[in-house]
Design a protein around this ligand. Structure first.
Ligand SMILES: Nc1ncnc2c1ncn2[C@@H]1O[C@H](COP(=O)(O)OP(=O)(O)OP(=O)(O)O)[C@@H](O)[C@H]1O
Ligand SMILES: [Mg+2]
Length: 261
């Protein structure tokens, strides 16, 4: 188990990005968040968050209500709120912290927000095509329908008329349709029956097999931990645990303290 003290003691050496990107031996982690601080107006919410994610890994970002999980994802995706005031975010040698959200998205960060944001009045297919309106484009429609046959069957149906599980699939499909390196999922299982969660979990594993890196935020921490390779736990906007998902599953005390499970 690795507590925050390790972060402070320099477990995460700040990557030296002055080096050229092709010097693989000294390159930073594939996806790296370093000492990120962010505010909603005067409210100081993300209070120095750091973690690394390896390519193709699934990271569960956990913590109680209000711990700062959504805010952390939004700051990484470079949305305006919360406003990033300090820190670095590197994805595949690109400095996301210098970018606007549309640039971060072009560089491979795709956030699927909790409310899924399916666009009313558009069919399933139009929702996906809208994500491909500007390059760089990610997965093709046929590749997406291969992963989500149900979306293929319903391609002409209005997106908002899909079931909750199907809408979640459509939201993920839209993220895959863009340049995708890291998928950020905020509460993807929310409101879904366990059998539908099983189905989404299966597709997340297939997405992982295809080399995509995923950060999943979930209230259903056990399900997220069963899926994930590693876990980071937040409490009041700081990292209190960084280790393997199995460590968290095995540590009742830790779960009781920070996850109330
Ligand atoms: N737009 C906002 N303006 C001001 N404060 C906000 C805003 N959004 C969230 N907060 C505050 O930031 C803190 C972290 O919220 P956040 O939504 O990131 O937590 P969370 O871990 O995602 O919680 P939950 O599990 O409930 O989704 C909370 O105290 C919340 O009240
Ligand atoms: Mg949240």
């Amino acid at each position: 188990m690795t507590l925050i003290e390790d972060t402070k003691s320099g477990k995460y050496d700040k990557p030296d990005f002055s080096r050229h990107a092709n010097q693989a031996a000294t390159a930073p982690a594939f996806f790296s968040v370093w000492d990120m601080h962010a505010y909603y107006g005067e409210s100081y919410i993300v209070q120095g968050v750091s973690f690394n994610v390896h390519e193709g890994e699934i990271l569960a970002l956990l913590g109680r209500n209000g711990a700062g999980k959504t805010s952390t994802l939004r700051a990484i995706a470079r949305l305006d709120d919360p406003h990033l005031t300090h820190g670095e975010i590197w994805l595949d040698h690109q400095p996301l912290h210098t970018m606007k959200s549309y640039e971060a998205s072009s560089n491979g960060i795709q956030l699927v927000p909790e409310d899924r944001r399916i666009i009313p009045g558009l069919t399933v297919e139009e929702n996906i095509e809208l994500a491909q309106i500007a390059p760089p484009i990610g997965w093709s429609l046929s590749r997406i329908y291969e992963l989500f046959p149900r979306l293929g069957e319903r391609r002409k149906q209005e997106g908002v008329t899909l079931s909750g599980g199907e809408q979640q699939m459509l939201a993920v499909a839209r993220a895959l349709a863009r340049n995708i390196k890291v998928l950020l999922l905020d509460e993807p299982y929310e409101g879904l029956a366990p059998v539908i969660v099983d189905e989404i979990e299966k597709t997340l594993n297939i997405i992982k097999e295809q080399g995509i890196t995923t950060v999943i935020v979930e209230q259903n921490a056990i399900r997220a931990l069963m899926l994930a390779d590693r876990a980071v736990i937040l409490d009041t906007g700081t990292v209190v645990f960084d280790g393997t998902a199995q460590d968290v599953l095995d540590n009742e005390e830790l779960r009781a303290e920070y996850l109330a499970i």
